[in-house]
Design a protein around this ligand. Structure first.
Ligand code: KIV
Ligand code: ZN
Length: 386
């Protein structure tokens, strides 16, 4: 898969890395429905699952490959013959497909987990990528734990992967350890040193263990990556992956700082987020950027006054741009008279100054006692004469 110089491809891994995390298990029909929504959102690549993991996962990836159109369908495989063959069979029906194979590049993983030498890892990389290429023209190779790997060895491994036919090279921050400057430099160094680097697309894959997944992803793009591996709400192993909605929002809202293009239909983010809420067992925290229930809400009187006068005072973007609910003015004990007046007008009540003063006094007393104020509560406060 090629990309124009400033075009960033969105690779969504909600159905793979996301689904691997506790509370995020999805049934077959849910996965297929979600994949259709990802295609609506216009992601470039859907990582549909890990077919060797179970027969159920195989069937879901195959069903997605069979019926979802508009996005490339990828499946994950360890660097093993059986995994690659199973992934290849699962994505075979897709109009455009990808095999995504991975092998660890850090000494820690090679020694403690895989118990193989660096040379064996290089041999395995070449063999697996070549095997994957016999099934698919589009093969992604990931050097797992890239950010804790010896740079010289990482360069060697990526060189082997490209020579064997890999078309996308992913350098994951598997354990969320990297800082933005380090992550950017790693991409620059690998791209400078690996022969043929300009013939492949480099990819980010960031975990959020230190809360840096989003900024690391963007730093990887600044270092030359042109694919971002993300998930909706950032679900994924442990603290999760970089959240699609955050990366997409920054690329759009701060285009001045990150002058890159993408194909996403931003206003489908809300529908995709709500569908994920229906499927998995938890919703994003209320203060989560873009999709949290408070992301576009204003509760304090000063902010409400400002937003009612001009939304730009406290909003850098509009909820509608992302297809999410605004829930702009929330009434509570920090609200001011203007917010109350605004809500009363929405409810069909035009109050005189004196009536509004009386209602506001009763409202603040109620708000001191009651945490959530509903429209019925407000209506009950309005003088009978109105
Ligand atoms: O975090 C990681 O390294 C992964 C790979 C399989 C890409 O999820
Ligand atoms: Zn991951």
């Amino acid at each position: 898969m090629t990309t124009a110089n400033n075009q960033v491809l969105f690779f969504d891994t909600t159905l793979r890395d996301g689904e691997q995390s506790p509370g995020c298990t999805m049934h077959h029909a849910e996965k297929v429905r979600f994949a259709h929504q990802l295609a609506q959102l216009n992601v470039d690549i859907i990582e549909a699952g890990f077919p060797i993991a179970s027969d159920g996962d195989f069937e879901s990836v195959r069903a997605i490959a069979t019926e979802v159109r508009g996005a490339r369908i990828a499946a994950l495989a360890r660097c093993k013959q059986g995994d690659i063959e199973r992934a290849a069979a699962a994505v075979a029906p897709a109009q455009s497909n990808r095999i995504h194979t991975f092998l660890a590049s850090s000494d820690l993983h090679l020694e403690a987990k895989l118990r193989i030498t660096r040379q064996q890892a290089l041999d395995q990389t070449g063999e697996c990528v070549r095997l994957a290429r016999t099934f698919a023209e589009d093969v992604e190779f990931s050097a797992e734990d890239a950010t804790r790997s010896d740079l010289d060895f990482l360069v060697q491994m990526i060189t082997v992967a490209i020579q064997a036919g890999a078309t996308t090279i992913n350098l994951p921050d598997t354990v969320g350890y990297s800082t933005p400057a380090e992550y950017q430099q790693m991409f620059q160094a690998v791209r400078d040193r690996v022969p043929g680097a300009d013939t492949v697309v480099f990819s980010t894959h960031c975990h959020d263990d230190l809360g840096l997944a989003t900024i690391n992803t963007l730093s990887g793009v600044c270092g030359g990556a042109r694919q971002v591996e993300v998930s909706i709400h950032g679900i994924g192993e442990r603290a999760g992956n970089a959240a699609l909605e955050e990366v997409a929002a920054i690329l759009n809202i701060r285009h001045d700082q990150y002058p890159f293009a993408n194909r996403l239909k931003l206003d489908e983010i809300g529908a995709t987020s709500r569908l994920l809420d229906e499927i998995i067992s938890f919703t994003p925290s209320p203060n989560k950027a873009i999709v949290g229930k408070n992301a576009f809400a204003h509760a304090s009187g000063i902010h409400q006054h400002g937003v009612l006068a001009n939304p730009l005072t406290y909003e850098i973007m509009s909820a509608s741009r992302f297809g999410v609910n605004a829930n702009t003015i929330v009434l509570g004990k920090h609200s001011g008279r203007r917010a109350l007046e605004h809500r009363l007008k929405e409810l069909g009540f035009e109050l005189s100054r004196e009536e509004l003063d009386q209602t506001y006094t009763r409202f603040t007393a109620l708000a001191d006692r009651k945490k959530s104020i509903y429209d019925q509560d407000i209506i009950a406060l309005v003088p009978q004469t109105v």
